[in-house]
Design a protein around this ligand. Structure first.
Ligand code: AMP
Ligand code: MG
Length: 519
């Protein structure tokens, strides 16, 4: 039986169903211990040039568990009761191996800030191996902060507690928001010191995804003119992750089309929730359309279309409003790398589907945020004008959208609480009149709409300052705030009693925290 973080036993959903219907069905659910969890590594069987085989470098001080994620454990049928065992921290903190793991660092290259870098690769992460669950789904387990690899360049191969907490919590937040992401199984730290701008605590995070293959993996073989490896990689990805295309005569072209589609959809979701990745280099782009490589990301507090979350991004290449375009730019790098496998004209046609796909998905998401059911030609302008008002008023993105659900369409409603977020009351009133007419045109019912909107406009997001508070406490060995945020962010759309403070705008100290790549 699973247990929650406070140690109380909770009944698994499937058991509840069985009990309430009083049906004598014995559903066998595999619950692995560390000893019965079995690993494989299909990536290790690819040609040698794809990777460097090596084990994690253990910390010199023993690793200890900071937090672990029962939902992620469930994906690999691992019993969360295993979390408290020292063997768990050892295995997922780089100090022990399990049979079948075959750890390796993956090779890739990529375009960083628009410039091609011929060799990158996992410089501090190690693919431990894959676990196949009861449902036949494969999960890569990737240990970030696992020590130097042949791809470390000038780096030390380590990650710090600060950045691993940010990655761990944001994976949970994205998952809660329904945005495709790598998952994080656990966060393990050690007394070992790691040198950044200051001395910090070393830590490792285990992330999980069906695959960690990046755009940059295709690029490395294209630019090295190793086209046979490029084909091997494409076949590997198609076989394992797009099996429906395996026997398709145009499988490489169709594969590219799917990647375009998933990327467009992913970025539309980022835009709708007000999230910036911060380092959208092609080596940080997942071939499965997952949010990957959490660094200096940020959820917006005050709405600013030009929001730059990465302190090192001086030119704003990865500013919030550039992300849709950068998605396309990155896809065109992938297209270039696929030239040996697919006709150029076909790739070009694939790229041309991106913008309409993105627009359609973004508009769909935004209409839902505004509680609109039909699509009308004037919606675009209505939405754009609202964003302009938000920007001009420095209004809080998350709070205002949540508040928008309280909008009343009754004749003389002033919508005072919402109006207070805007500097110009006249402009707000003018917009509100248009919104009211638009809602009335589709006979929108205030209560129904409120309920619908609250399912798409989160109340809680991982604001930078919230993560920062958890980090500061963790640096004093108090992990309670990590646990609190982790629990909170799993249900970001639900009003959670006693958690009102977490839905407020940041205090002054937390408004413009600087986050850079040095993690
Ligand atoms: P990122 O900007 O985090 O996506 O990293 C870009 C490249 O730098 C990747 O090849 C990483 O593996 C590598 N890298 C980042 N930090 C370190 C580090 N501390 N040690 C070694 N390699 C690193
Ligand atoms: Mg990266």
């Amino acid at each position: 039986m699973p247990f929650n973080q406070n140690g109380h036993t909770v009944v698994d959903e499937s058991e509840k169903v069985a009990k309430s219907e009083n049906v004598m069905v014995h559903r066998t659910m595999t619950r692995h211990t560390l000893e019965t969890l079995s690993f494989d590594n299909t990536y290790a069987r690819l040609p040698q040039v794809f990777h460097a085989r090596l084990n994690p470098t253990p910390f010199s001080a023993p690793p200890y568990l900071v937090h672990a994620n029962p939902a992620a454990a469930k994906l690999i049928d691992l019993d969360p009761e295993q979390f408290t065992r020292p063997e768990f921290s050892a295995l997922f903190g780089g100090s022990a191996l399990a049979p079948g793991m075959e750890p390796l660092a993956m090779l890739y290259s990529g375009h960083q800030f628009g410039v091609y870098v011929p060799q990158l690769g996992d410089g501090r992460a190690i693919l431990l191996g894959e676990v196949t669950n009861d449902r036949g789904e494969r999960w890569d387990l990737h240990l970030k902060g696992a020590g130097m690899t042949p791809f470390s360049r000038d780096g030390d191969g380590r990650a710090v507690l600060r950045s691993t907490i940010r990655e761990y919590l944001c994976c949970a937040a994205m998952q809660g928001l329904g945005i495709p992401t790598t998952q994080a199984l656990c966060l393990v730290a050690s007394e070992d010191k790691v040198y950044r701008e200051q001395i910090e605590t070393g830590a490792m995070v285990v992330r999980m995804a069906p695959s960690h293959v990046r755009f940059g993996m295709f690029e490395v073989f294209y630019y090295r003119k190793q086209h046979e490896h490029l084909k091997t990689l494409a076949d590997y990805v198609i076989t394992h992750h797009f099996p429906h295309l395996r026997d398709d005569g145009d499988k490489y072209a169709r594969f590219f089309t799917v990647v375009v589609e998933r990327t467009a959809r992913l970025i539309a979701q980022w835009q709708a929730v007000g999230w910036a990745h911060g380092v959208m280099n092609t080596d940080n782009m997942s071939i499965l359309g997952l949010t990957l490589d959490y660094g200096p990301y940020g959820f917006m507090d005050e709405y600013d279309a030009g929001f730059i979350c990465n302190h090192s991004d001086h030119n704003g290449r990865y500013a919030f409003n550039q992300q849709p375009y950068i998605g396309l730019w990155n896809l065109s790098c992938l297209a270039q790398a696929l030239v040996p496998l697919v006709e150029k004209t076909v790739l070009k046609a694939g790229l041309e589907t991106y913008q309409p796909l993105f627009d359609r998905e973004y508009q769909r998401q935004m209409r839902a945020k505004f509680g609109l059911v039909d699509a009308q030609p004037e919606d675009d302008e209505l939405i754009r004008d609202f964003m302009g008002l938000l920007q001009g008023s420095h209004a809080d993105y998350t709070i205002v959208f949540r508040e928008l659900s309280t909008f009343s369409t009754v004749e003389d409603a002033t919508n005072d609480r919402l109006r207070e977020h805007f500097l110009s009351r006249d402009q707000f009133n003018e917009w509100a009149a248009r919104y009211r007419d638009r809602l009335r045109s589709e006979r929108s019912h205030d209560d129904d709409r409120r309920e619908r909107m609250n399912r798409v406009n989160p109340k809680y997001v991982l604001r930078n300052y919230l993560a920062q508070t958890a980090i500061e406490k963790a640096q004093h060995k108090d992990f309670s705030e990590i646990d609190r945020l982790f629990t909170l962010l799993q249900e970001p759309f639900k009003d959670q009693p006693g958690m009102e403070a977490y839905a407020l705008p940041p205090p002054n100290w937390g408004k413009h925290l600087s986050v850079s790549c040095s993690s």
